[in-house]
Design a protein around this ligand. Sequence first.
Ligand SMILES: *Cc1c(COP(=O)(O)O)cnc(C)c1O
Length: 489
Amino acid sequence: MTRPLIFEISRPGRCATALPALDVPTADLPSSLLRDDLPLPEVSEIDLVRHYTRLSQLNYGVDTGFYPLGSCTMKYNPKINEQMARLPGFARLHPYQDEETAQGALFLMYHLQEFLAEIGGFAAVSLQPAAGAHGELTGVLMMRAYHLDRGDDQRDVILVPDSAHGTNPATTTMSGLKVIEIPSDARGNVDMVALEAACEEHGDRLVGMMLTNPNTLGLFDEHVEEITALVHEHGGLMYGDGANMNALLGIARPGDLGFDVLHYNLHKTFSTPHGGGGPGSGPVGASERLAEFLPLPIVDVDLQRSDDEELFYTFVDPPKSIGRVKAFYGHFGVLVRAYVYIRMLGADGLRRVAEHAVLNANYLKGRLEGTYPLPYDRTCMHEFVLAGPPDDVQAAGVHTLDVAKRLMDYGFHPPTVYFPLIVHEALMIEPTETESLETLDGFVEALLRIADEARADPDLLHAAPHNAPMRRLDEVHAAKKLTLRWKPE
Ligand SMILES: *Cc1c(COP(=O)(O)O)cnc(C)c1O
């Protein structure tokens, strides 16, 4: 049932609010600032409350239900993160305040840098980048700056496996460099023969390689240390896409595996809300030799202004910094949330996050692989990829998109679909660590039932979703031509 929009139920004279009595002298506003045509709806308080409550119910979020959107790490965002980010001492800071008056914020940033450096195995971290893809751009510009600083200005090639996240080749191109794609082998690893050939061919033109590990198939590359060594042998640097750190926390450190620079997605691994375009954060960690190229500023201890009682924190510029990549100091509210998350869990808790994320993904994989085709039959990390609905169902014209839409009728957010591109009809499932066994079982039951439905009544799936506020959209049109404002006919 569609309900009338708030503009349509407007009636002159209805009002949802009462202003307090005037306690200052009246004054005339300059008539140049006044307008007659401000067609705001006139509605009662209950109309207003129903309008916004209904809008909030059209949204699906982690706080509504299971959200196994592969590669996005849609874990629960603890509410204490929000409470801490709203503390007036944090929320009301001004970026132009003197450092003396913002020592608490600098303390938090300094320690978050240290925590992330320890988690990733890096020498230094910058909190500046605004999201994962922005961290990638920052890291690749640092790699280029490193080579230029050594007079190696002929290097212009980056190797990117075909199992990488789409942002990796995009970043390379944005940096003015050339992408050479490396295929995967039958086990879903980087094909070592192809990698060796590419290293030989591009040799002294190699800026380096971008590796997503675990990759977008949810698989940990079995030759990761050979890969980093090979690229280093040819004078290249290793970029790590750390968006999948949820599988590694407390277990493996990319810095120890030979990566030179890596971005973290605070809004994925470190539990700050994302989706819907909200602010993210993509700090970058760097090894010893790349640390001096980090974007500025980073936070350090100023020993001269410290005493026995208290350390003084200050912003410093790394000596060969690539410069600023963001106004002011990154998305500070996101930094607060990530800091609280790390402090609440501690080192043991972070490791348990990774263990449970991997366990949950393998549990789902184990329960589904008898029914849905599994292209790479290996222990997965925090996510896994199925090759669409059962073969006989696909032959009858039911596709991954139909399964995804039907899942909505069962109250689940669909997994990522048709990505990664190297799996035909891909269904990419990432449960995260925060879901219970009952939720995982409910999701499995729904997918098994959908496979049966697809055989009995394919059109039921073709017409799904049946219960969602909107049926099937023209997705390109919906993304490119958003209707954000109601307009009268
Ligand atoms: C999400 C993701 C990115 C991009 O991160 P954004 O914060 O969305 O820019 C890059 N790589 C991988 C593997 C990802 O999952």
